[in-house]
Write a protein that binds this ligand. Structure first.
Ligand SMILES: Cc1ncc(COP(=O)(O)O)c(C=O)c1O
Length: 398
Protein backbone atom coordinates (compact mmCIF):
# COMPACT_ATOMS: atom_id res chain seq x y z
CA UNK A 1 0.00 0.00 0.00
CA UNK A 2 2.85 2.35 0.86
CA UNK A 3 4.43 1.99 -2.52
CA UNK A 4 1.11 2.60 -4.25
CA UNK A 5 0.80 5.89 -2.37
CA UNK A 6 4.33 6.80 -3.45
CA UNK A 7 3.54 6.38 -7.16
CA UNK A 8 3.72 9.99 -8.22
CA UNK A 9 3.49 9.44 -11.92
CA UNK A 10 3.56 6.93 -14.68
CA UNK A 11 6.95 5.25 -15.15
CA UNK A 12 7.04 4.64 -18.89
CA UNK A 13 9.60 2.83 -21.02
CA UNK A 14 10.33 6.01 -22.97
CA UNK A 15 9.85 9.77 -22.87
CA UNK A 16 9.49 12.87 -24.99
CA UNK A 17 9.78 16.40 -23.68
CA UNK A 18 9.68 19.51 -25.87
CA UNK A 19 12.30 22.06 -24.80
CA UNK A 20 12.64 25.72 -25.74
CA UNK A 21 14.93 24.58 -28.55
CA UNK A 22 12.26 22.19 -29.85
CA UNK A 23 9.72 25.00 -30.05
CA UNK A 24 12.26 27.30 -31.68
CA UNK A 25 13.26 24.82 -34.41
CA UNK A 26 9.70 23.71 -35.13
CA UNK A 27 8.67 27.36 -35.36
CA UNK A 28 11.51 27.96 -37.82
CA UNK A 29 10.25 25.15 -40.04
CA UNK A 30 6.66 26.37 -39.92
CA UNK A 31 7.66 29.95 -40.67
CA UNK A 32 9.91 28.87 -43.53
CA UNK A 33 6.93 27.49 -45.43
CA UNK A 34 9.08 24.52 -46.46
CA UNK A 35 8.21 21.29 -44.70
CA UNK A 36 9.53 18.54 -47.00
CA UNK A 37 13.26 17.60 -47.17
CA UNK A 38 15.33 20.70 -46.54
CA UNK A 39 18.00 22.28 -44.32
CA UNK A 40 16.87 20.69 -41.03
CA UNK A 41 16.81 17.23 -42.61
CA UNK A 42 20.28 17.77 -44.05
CA UNK A 43 21.65 18.96 -40.73
CA UNK A 44 20.07 16.04 -38.86
CA UNK A 45 21.56 13.59 -41.37
CA UNK A 46 24.98 15.20 -41.13
CA UNK A 47 25.01 15.16 -37.32
CA UNK A 48 23.75 11.60 -36.87
CA UNK A 49 26.15 10.32 -39.53
CA UNK A 50 29.12 12.14 -37.97
CA UNK A 51 28.26 10.94 -34.46
CA UNK A 52 28.30 7.39 -35.81
CA UNK A 53 31.56 7.57 -37.73
CA UNK A 54 29.98 7.92 -41.17
CA UNK A 55 30.15 10.43 -44.05
CA UNK A 56 26.60 9.91 -45.28
CA UNK A 57 23.19 9.84 -43.63
CA UNK A 58 19.97 9.08 -45.47
CA UNK A 59 16.74 9.99 -43.68
CA UNK A 60 13.75 7.70 -43.95
CA UNK A 61 10.33 7.59 -42.36
CA UNK A 62 11.23 4.70 -40.02
CA UNK A 63 14.03 2.43 -38.88
CA UNK A 64 12.31 -0.34 -40.81
CA UNK A 65 12.38 1.73 -44.02
CA UNK A 66 16.07 2.48 -43.47
CA UNK A 67 16.79 -1.25 -43.05
CA UNK A 68 14.61 -2.09 -46.05
CA UNK A 69 16.50 0.22 -48.43
CA UNK A 70 19.89 -0.68 -46.92
CA UNK A 71 19.38 -4.34 -47.76
CA UNK A 72 17.74 -3.58 -51.12
CA UNK A 73 20.62 -1.29 -52.12
CA UNK A 74 23.23 -3.88 -51.16
CA UNK A 75 21.29 -6.64 -52.91
CA UNK A 76 21.07 -4.61 -56.13
CA UNK A 77 24.65 -3.35 -56.06
CA UNK A 78 26.12 -6.76 -55.18
CA UNK A 79 23.89 -8.70 -57.55
CA UNK A 80 22.49 -10.97 -54.83
CA UNK A 81 19.61 -13.20 -55.82
CA UNK A 82 16.17 -13.87 -54.47
CA UNK A 83 16.44 -16.65 -51.89
CA UNK A 84 19.97 -15.68 -50.81
CA UNK A 85 20.34 -15.61 -47.04
CA UNK A 86 20.83 -13.03 -44.31
CA UNK A 87 21.81 -13.97 -40.75
CA UNK A 88 19.54 -12.37 -38.15
CA UNK A 89 19.61 -12.74 -34.34
CA UNK A 90 16.87 -14.85 -32.76
CA UNK A 91 15.92 -12.02 -30.39
CA UNK A 92 15.15 -8.69 -32.02
CA UNK A 93 12.18 -6.58 -33.06
CA UNK A 94 10.25 -8.32 -35.88
CA UNK A 95 11.19 -5.58 -38.38
CA UNK A 96 14.80 -6.86 -38.56
CA UNK A 97 13.59 -10.18 -39.97
CA UNK A 98 10.65 -8.75 -41.93
CA UNK A 99 12.84 -6.60 -44.15
CA UNK A 100 14.77 -9.71 -45.21
CA UNK A 101 11.50 -11.28 -46.38
CA UNK A 102 10.42 -8.01 -48.02
CA UNK A 103 13.63 -8.13 -50.05
CA UNK A 104 12.76 -11.69 -51.14
CA UNK A 105 15.72 -13.08 -49.21
CA UNK A 106 15.73 -15.71 -46.47
CA UNK A 107 16.38 -14.98 -42.77
CA UNK A 108 18.62 -17.52 -41.03
CA UNK A 109 18.30 -17.11 -37.28
CA UNK A 110 21.24 -17.21 -34.86
CA UNK A 111 20.81 -17.58 -31.10
CA UNK A 112 21.91 -14.79 -28.76
CA UNK A 113 24.77 -14.56 -26.29
CA UNK A 114 24.70 -13.52 -22.60
CA UNK A 115 24.42 -9.85 -23.56
CA UNK A 116 21.42 -10.42 -25.87
CA UNK A 117 23.43 -9.88 -29.07
CA UNK A 118 23.92 -12.23 -32.06
CA UNK A 119 26.23 -14.99 -30.83
CA UNK A 120 29.46 -15.18 -32.89
CA UNK A 121 29.81 -18.88 -31.99
CA UNK A 122 26.37 -19.45 -33.50
CA UNK A 123 27.41 -17.60 -36.65
CA UNK A 124 30.64 -19.60 -36.89
CA UNK A 125 28.74 -22.88 -36.54
CA UNK A 126 26.17 -21.95 -39.20
CA UNK A 127 28.23 -20.41 -41.97
CA UNK A 128 29.98 -23.53 -43.36
CA UNK A 129 26.50 -24.97 -44.13
CA UNK A 130 25.10 -21.78 -45.66
CA UNK A 131 26.89 -21.04 -48.95
CA UNK A 132 24.04 -18.70 -49.93
CA UNK A 133 24.59 -16.41 -46.92
CA UNK A 134 25.36 -12.91 -48.20
CA UNK A 135 25.09 -10.69 -45.13
CA UNK A 136 24.87 -10.62 -41.36
CA UNK A 137 22.44 -8.28 -39.66
CA UNK A 138 23.59 -7.92 -36.03
CA UNK A 139 21.29 -5.91 -33.77
CA UNK A 140 22.56 -3.67 -30.98
CA UNK A 141 19.73 -4.49 -28.65
CA UNK A 142 18.42 -2.49 -25.67
CA UNK A 143 21.14 0.15 -26.08
CA UNK A 144 24.35 -1.87 -26.30
CA UNK A 145 26.56 -3.05 -29.13
CA UNK A 146 26.72 -6.66 -30.27
CA UNK A 147 30.09 -8.43 -30.29
CA UNK A 148 31.23 -6.53 -33.38
CA UNK A 149 34.89 -7.52 -33.19
CA UNK A 150 34.11 -11.25 -33.56
CA UNK A 151 31.11 -10.80 -35.83
CA UNK A 152 33.01 -8.59 -38.25
CA UNK A 153 35.94 -11.00 -38.27
CA UNK A 154 33.57 -13.81 -39.32
CA UNK A 155 31.80 -11.63 -41.88
CA UNK A 156 35.13 -10.79 -43.53
CA UNK A 157 36.33 -14.39 -43.35
CA UNK A 158 33.24 -15.57 -45.24
CA UNK A 159 33.00 -12.55 -47.57
CA UNK A 160 29.70 -11.32 -46.12
CA UNK A 161 28.43 -7.75 -45.88
CA UNK A 162 27.31 -6.33 -42.52
CA UNK A 163 24.18 -4.29 -41.91
CA UNK A 164 24.03 -3.03 -38.34
CA UNK A 165 20.57 -2.64 -36.84
CA UNK A 166 21.32 0.32 -34.56
CA UNK A 167 17.64 1.16 -34.04
CA UNK A 168 17.94 0.77 -30.27
CA UNK A 169 21.50 1.89 -29.71
CA UNK A 170 22.28 5.37 -30.95
CA UNK A 171 25.57 6.67 -29.42
CA UNK A 172 26.64 3.22 -28.13
CA UNK A 173 30.11 1.93 -28.91
CA UNK A 174 32.25 -1.21 -28.79
CA UNK A 175 35.96 -0.84 -27.99
CA UNK A 176 35.76 2.85 -28.79
CA UNK A 177 34.15 2.45 -32.24
CA UNK A 178 30.59 3.66 -32.33
CA UNK A 179 27.72 1.56 -33.68
CA UNK A 180 27.04 2.23 -37.35
CA UNK A 181 30.76 2.56 -38.10
CA UNK A 182 31.50 -1.20 -38.10
CA UNK A 183 29.54 -2.56 -41.02
CA UNK A 184 28.79 -1.41 -44.57
CA UNK A 185 25.70 0.38 -43.28
CA UNK A 186 23.98 1.21 -39.98
CA UNK A 187 20.25 1.81 -39.53
CA UNK A 188 18.69 3.92 -36.80
CA UNK A 189 15.14 4.53 -35.57
CA UNK A 190 13.71 7.60 -33.88
CA UNK A 191 10.32 6.00 -33.16
CA UNK A 192 8.62 6.59 -29.82
CA UNK A 193 10.57 5.54 -26.74
CA UNK A 194 13.86 5.42 -28.67
CA UNK A 195 16.91 7.37 -27.52
CA UNK A 196 16.17 10.26 -29.87
CA UNK A 197 12.47 10.29 -30.57
CA UNK A 198 10.69 12.13 -33.36
CA UNK A 199 7.40 10.21 -33.29
CA UNK A 200 8.34 8.27 -36.39
CA UNK A 201 11.64 8.33 -38.26
CA UNK A 202 14.78 6.49 -39.26
CA UNK A 203 18.16 6.90 -40.91
CA UNK A 204 20.73 4.80 -42.72
CA UNK A 205 24.40 5.81 -42.38
CA UNK A 206 27.37 4.65 -44.41
CA UNK A 207 30.84 5.59 -45.61
CA UNK A 208 30.23 4.12 -49.07
CA UNK A 209 29.19 6.84 -51.55
CA UNK A 210 27.61 4.39 -54.04
CA UNK A 211 25.53 2.82 -51.29
CA UNK A 212 24.49 6.23 -49.94
CA UNK A 213 23.46 7.38 -53.39
CA UNK A 214 21.43 4.23 -54.06
CA UNK A 215 19.68 4.40 -50.69
CA UNK A 216 18.83 8.06 -51.30
CA UNK A 217 17.28 7.11 -54.63
CA UNK A 218 15.33 4.24 -53.10
CA UNK A 219 13.69 6.32 -50.35
CA UNK A 220 12.62 8.76 -53.09
CA UNK A 221 10.65 6.39 -55.35
CA UNK A 222 13.82 5.20 -57.12
CA UNK A 223 14.76 8.65 -58.38
CA UNK A 224 17.48 8.74 -61.04
CA UNK A 225 20.89 9.50 -59.42
CA UNK A 226 21.25 12.45 -61.84
CA UNK A 227 18.51 14.11 -59.81
CA UNK A 228 20.69 14.19 -56.70
CA UNK A 229 23.01 16.99 -55.63
CA UNK A 230 26.40 15.30 -55.64
CA UNK A 231 28.01 17.82 -53.32
CA UNK A 232 25.59 17.75 -50.37
CA UNK A 233 25.39 14.25 -49.00
CA UNK A 234 23.54 13.24 -52.20
CA UNK A 235 20.51 15.25 -51.23
CA UNK A 236 17.62 15.46 -53.70
CA UNK A 237 17.75 18.51 -56.00
CA UNK A 238 15.19 21.20 -55.32
CA UNK A 239 11.89 20.39 -57.02
CA UNK A 240 12.12 23.28 -59.50
CA UNK A 241 13.69 22.10 -62.71
CA UNK A 242 13.67 18.47 -61.70
CA UNK A 243 12.77 15.96 -64.39
CA UNK A 244 10.63 12.97 -63.51
CA UNK A 245 13.11 10.16 -64.13
CA UNK A 246 13.15 6.99 -62.08
CA UNK A 247 15.97 4.50 -62.37
CA UNK A 248 15.02 1.93 -59.72
CA UNK A 249 11.93 0.44 -58.17
CA UNK A 250 11.89 2.55 -55.03
CA UNK A 251 9.63 3.56 -52.18
CA UNK A 252 7.97 6.61 -50.75
CA UNK A 253 9.93 6.60 -47.47
CA UNK A 254 10.37 10.36 -47.08
CA UNK A 255 9.87 12.32 -43.91
CA UNK A 256 9.37 15.98 -43.08
CA UNK A 257 11.45 18.84 -41.73
CA UNK A 258 9.32 18.75 -38.58
CA UNK A 259 10.67 15.39 -37.45
CA UNK A 260 14.20 16.57 -38.27
CA UNK A 261 13.61 19.65 -36.12
CA UNK A 262 12.50 17.47 -33.17
CA UNK A 263 15.58 15.31 -33.60
CA UNK A 264 17.99 18.23 -33.89
CA UNK A 265 16.66 19.78 -30.68
CA UNK A 266 17.30 16.53 -28.79
CA UNK A 267 20.80 16.16 -30.20
CA UNK A 268 21.75 19.33 -28.32
CA UNK A 269 22.23 17.38 -25.08
CA UNK A 270 22.45 13.74 -26.02
CA UNK A 271 25.46 13.24 -23.71
CA UNK A 272 23.50 14.29 -20.64
CA UNK A 273 20.64 12.07 -21.75
CA UNK A 274 22.89 9.00 -22.01
CA UNK A 275 24.63 9.83 -18.71
CA UNK A 276 21.31 10.04 -16.85
CA UNK A 277 20.22 6.74 -18.38
CA UNK A 278 23.50 5.15 -17.24
CA UNK A 279 23.06 6.50 -13.74
CA UNK A 280 19.49 5.21 -13.60
CA UNK A 281 20.46 1.80 -14.96
CA UNK A 282 23.29 1.41 -12.44
CA UNK A 283 20.98 2.49 -9.64
CA UNK A 284 18.24 0.04 -10.66
CA UNK A 285 20.76 -2.78 -11.13
CA UNK A 286 22.22 -2.18 -7.68
CA UNK A 287 18.77 -2.16 -6.06
CA UNK A 288 17.58 -5.28 -7.90
CA UNK A 289 20.82 -7.12 -7.01
CA UNK A 290 19.90 -6.49 -3.38
CA UNK A 291 16.42 -7.88 -4.08
CA UNK A 292 18.09 -10.94 -5.60
CA UNK A 293 20.18 -11.44 -2.46
CA UNK A 294 17.66 -10.61 0.22
CA UNK A 295 14.25 -11.19 -1.28
CA UNK A 296 15.00 -14.30 -3.38
CA UNK A 297 14.05 -12.39 -6.51
CA UNK A 298 16.16 -14.51 -8.90
CA UNK A 299 16.19 -11.91 -11.67
CA UNK A 300 18.79 -11.95 -14.45
CA UNK A 301 19.94 -8.35 -14.69
CA UNK A 302 21.56 -6.80 -17.76
CA UNK A 303 25.35 -6.90 -18.04
CA UNK A 304 27.65 -4.69 -20.03
CA UNK A 305 29.71 -6.45 -22.67
CA UNK A 306 33.47 -5.93 -22.18
CA UNK A 307 34.57 -2.93 -24.26
CA UNK A 308 31.05 -1.54 -24.54
CA UNK A 309 29.72 1.90 -23.81
CA UNK A 310 25.99 1.31 -23.21
CA UNK A 311 23.26 3.81 -24.15
CA UNK A 312 20.55 2.11 -22.04
CA UNK A 313 17.56 2.51 -24.30
CA UNK A 314 15.83 0.22 -21.82
CA UNK A 315 16.55 -2.13 -18.93
CA UNK A 316 15.96 -5.80 -19.81
CA UNK A 317 15.16 -8.31 -17.06
CA UNK A 318 14.71 -12.09 -17.26
CA UNK A 319 12.77 -13.81 -14.46
CA UNK A 320 14.42 -16.85 -12.93
CA UNK A 321 11.06 -18.54 -12.51
CA UNK A 322 8.18 -18.69 -15.00
CA UNK A 323 6.24 -15.91 -13.33
CA UNK A 324 6.67 -13.05 -15.77
CA UNK A 325 2.94 -12.50 -16.24
CA UNK A 326 2.27 -12.15 -12.50
CA UNK A 327 5.26 -9.90 -11.90
CA UNK A 328 4.58 -7.58 -14.85
CA UNK A 329 0.88 -7.35 -13.91
CA UNK A 330 1.95 -6.34 -10.37
CA UNK A 331 4.25 -3.66 -11.80
CA UNK A 332 1.66 -2.42 -14.32
CA UNK A 333 -0.91 -2.05 -11.53
CA UNK A 334 1.62 0.21 -9.84
CA UNK A 335 1.92 2.38 -12.95
CA UNK A 336 5.23 0.91 -14.12
CA UNK A 337 5.12 0.12 -17.81
CA UNK A 338 6.70 -3.16 -18.97
CA UNK A 339 7.14 -4.56 -22.47
CA UNK A 340 7.94 -8.08 -23.65
CA UNK A 341 11.63 -8.52 -24.37
CA UNK A 342 11.16 -8.77 -28.13
CA UNK A 343 9.96 -12.33 -28.77
CA UNK A 344 10.60 -13.38 -32.37
CA UNK A 345 11.22 -17.11 -32.70
CA UNK A 346 7.73 -17.90 -31.37
CA UNK A 347 5.90 -15.56 -33.76
CA UNK A 348 3.47 -17.22 -36.18
CA UNK A 349 4.79 -15.12 -39.06
CA UNK A 350 8.22 -16.81 -38.91
CA UNK A 351 6.93 -20.34 -38.35
CA UNK A 352 8.30 -21.68 -41.62
CA UNK A 353 11.83 -20.38 -40.93
CA UNK A 354 12.40 -21.22 -37.29
CA UNK A 355 11.74 -23.82 -34.59
CA UNK A 356 11.72 -22.08 -31.24
CA UNK A 357 13.30 -25.10 -29.52
CA UNK A 358 16.45 -24.74 -31.66
CA UNK A 359 17.17 -21.39 -29.96
CA UNK A 360 17.32 -22.08 -26.21
CA UNK A 361 18.57 -18.63 -25.19
CA UNK A 362 15.88 -16.91 -27.22
CA UNK A 363 13.29 -19.28 -25.80
CA UNK A 364 14.13 -18.25 -22.23
CA UNK A 365 13.82 -14.59 -23.23
CA UNK A 366 10.49 -15.26 -24.98
CA UNK A 367 9.09 -16.93 -21.89
CA UNK A 368 10.58 -14.85 -19.11
CA UNK A 369 12.02 -11.60 -20.47
CA UNK A 370 10.59 -8.11 -20.23
CA UNK A 371 11.96 -4.60 -19.95
CA UNK A 372 11.36 -1.39 -18.04
CA UNK A 373 12.47 2.17 -18.70
CA UNK A 374 15.51 3.98 -17.28
CA UNK A 375 15.08 7.11 -19.40
CA UNK A 376 16.34 10.62 -18.71
CA UNK A 377 13.08 11.93 -17.24
CA UNK A 378 13.25 9.44 -14.37
CA UNK A 379 15.06 10.47 -11.21
CA UNK A 380 16.50 8.50 -8.28
CA UNK A 381 13.09 8.56 -6.52
CA UNK A 382 11.43 6.93 -9.50
CA UNK A 383 14.09 4.23 -9.64
CA UNK A 384 13.74 3.60 -5.89
CA UNK A 385 9.98 3.42 -6.28
CA UNK A 386 10.37 0.88 -9.09
CA UNK A 387 12.83 -1.21 -7.05
CA UNK A 388 10.51 -1.05 -4.01
CA UNK A 389 7.68 -2.44 -6.13
CA UNK A 390 9.86 -5.36 -7.25
CA UNK A 391 10.90 -6.05 -3.66
CA UNK A 392 7.32 -5.86 -2.39
CA UNK A 393 6.32 -8.40 -5.00
CA UNK A 394 8.97 -10.90 -3.98
CA UNK A 395 8.55 -10.32 -0.24
CA UNK A 396 4.80 -10.75 -0.54
CA UNK A 397 5.50 -14.29 -1.77
CA UNK A 398 3.20 -13.89 -4.76
C1 LIG B 1 15.85 -3.54 -33.10
C2 LIG B 1 14.86 -2.77 -33.92
N1 LIG B 1 14.94 -2.84 -35.26
C3 LIG B 1 14.10 -2.15 -36.04
C4 LIG B 1 13.10 -1.36 -35.51
C5 LIG B 1 12.16 -0.64 -36.42
O1 LIG B 1 12.16 0.74 -36.26
P1 LIG B 1 10.84 1.59 -36.62
O2 LIG B 1 9.82 1.30 -35.58
O3 LIG B 1 11.32 2.99 -36.62
O4 LIG B 1 10.40 1.12 -37.96
C6 LIG B 1 12.99 -1.25 -34.13
C7 LIG B 1 11.93 -0.39 -33.57
O5 LIG B 1 11.37 -0.47 -32.57
C8 LIG B 1 13.87 -1.98 -33.31
O6 LIG B 1 13.78 -1.93 -31.97
Amino acid sequence: VNTLVRARRHIGTGTFRATEKTHELVRQVLESGHISYGPMSMDFERQIAELHGCHFGVLANSGTSALQVALQALKELQGWEDGDEVLVPAVTFVATANIVLHNRMKPVFVDIDDYYGMDPFGVEALLPDHPKARAILPVHLFGQAADMTDLLYLARLYGLMTIEDCCEAMFASHYGAVVGSWGEVGCFSTYNAHLITTGVGGMATTNDPELAKRMRCLVNHGLDPDELNMDENFSPRPVIGRSFRFAFSGHSYRITELEAALGLAQLEDWRTMVNVRRRNANHLRARLSIANEHADADLTLPKERPGNSHSWMMFPIVCGRPEKGRLTAWLNERDIETRDMLPLTNQPVFREFVFEEDYPHAQVVNERGFYVGVHQDLGPDDIDYMADCFEDYFRSGR
